[in-house]
Write a protein that binds this ligand. Structure first.
Ligand code: TYM
Length: 338
């Protein structure tokens, strides 16, 4: 089993990232069997697909490294690195550009969402973004990719690219790529914005009130939860009573995910009560759950050299693992390299 996943080092780590992906990374790392491996990386090459400030990307890369370690990613057990230190990601992307089809990329919802009305002005990198993401996982023969629901389409594309490449350029008994399986947590697949239950919690939301950042202090968390959008009805006592109430569903789902129980059991406890009672309980649960992470994050940020060293060591290891697959891809395509 090889587990591979990534996160963009832009903006701060928020509750959606944590519950949708990072908590699963840590669980998979902690339950790994002998001979299996986890690779987690900062998708800094993906981050340049949108307008960005170089100094912020540089600072954000170290900050996200600290955040991941604070959440429980152990650089002695998992390979933690940033794409920019492993050129094989960009190389394999180019090789896969020959296999990925324009029609496949045209169907990607992320490109439509992020380019908005200004499609002509979007970067080429934003369009080919999913091919780099395919390279990220195929390079390491990933079998499992823990992600939130929003990355499912990209993972399907990675499987299509792998399958077509294997069909077009390999014999049946010697495929170059493994088809990766996405691992999506059922209870926290899609954490929504606190201001709008129909859009996902996101680093790029202009309103900081829409998300809980892992670095927010207790007062700010309480304020954000208090101001979170809701409806005037009390909580129902069964899950089907949350239909058509996206904000209420989101808050109950967050509570369920943080306390590791089902939506039903949260409703068994809070059904019939109004948000005036539920919100303070939710805020307290968030603060208690995030406190150890925030404390550790602040400690780690004191020693930037140690964070650099973690990435350099992880990248050296990743380069080694990547080499045979990259060589096999060049070879399969008939590219002469001396
Ligand atoms: P990114 O940086 O947007 O998010 C990192 C991870 O957090 C999950 N996530 C969420 N889960 C639930 N609810 C939310 N509101 C929420 N917001 C974010 C994402 O699904 C993701 O798992 N393209 C990727 C990074 C990437 C990658 C990869 C991931 C690059 N290469 C290869 C997996 C494999 C991204 O931008 O994630």
């Amino acid at each position: 089993m090889r587990v591979v996943s990534g996160i963009q080092p832009t903006g701060s780590l928020h509750l959606g990232n944590y519950l949708g992906a990072i908590r699963n990374w840590v669980r998979m790392q902690d339950s790994l069997e002998e001979g299996s491996q986890c690779l987690f990386f900062l998708a800094d090459l993906h981050a340049i697909s949108m307008p960005h400030v170089p100094a912020e990307l540089r600072a954000g890369t170290l900050e996200m490294t600290a955040a991941l370690v604070a959440c429980g990613i152990d650089p002695d057990r998992s390979i933690l690195f940033n794409q920019a230190q492993v050129p094989a990601h960009a190389e394999l992307q180019w090789l896969l550009n020959g296999t990925a089809r324009m029609g496949w990329l045209n169907r990607m919802t992320q490109f439509k969402d992020k380019s908005g009305k200004n499609r002509e002005g979007a970067s080429v990198a934003l369009f080919t973004y999913p091919v780099l993401q395919a390279a990220d996982v195929l390079l390491y023969q990933a079998s499992h990719v823990p992600v939130g629901e929003d990355q499912k389409q990209h993972l399907e594309l990675a499987r299509d690219v792998a399958q077509k490449f294997n069909n077009d350029f390999c014999t049946e008994d010697a495929p170059v790529f493994t088809l990766p399986d996405p691992i999506i947590p059922p209870e926290a697949a899609r954490i929504m914005s606190l201001r709008d239950g129909s859009s996902k919690m996101s680093k790029s939301d202009p309103s900081d009130m829409a998300r809980i950042n892992l670095a927010d202090d207790a007062d700010l968390v309480a304020k954000k939860v208090k101001k979170a959008k809701t409806d005037p009805e009390p909580l129902p006592s069964e899950a089907k009573g949350l239909e058509g109430r996206p904000e209420a569903l989101n808050l109950v789902s967050i509570y369920a995910a943080l306390s590791d129980c089902s939506v039903e059991s949260v409703l068994a406890q809070y059904g019939g009560q109004g948000f005036g009672a539920f919100k303070p309980a939710l805020a307290e649960l968030m603060v208690e759950s995030l406190r150890p992470v925030t404390t550790r994050f602040n400690e780690l940020m004191e020693d930037r050299e140690a964070l650099d060293a973690i990435l350099a060591r992880g990248a050296a290891h990743a380069r080694e693992i990547a080499r045979p697959t990259l060589n096999a891809a060049y070879e399969a395509l008939g590219l002469v390299r001396g």
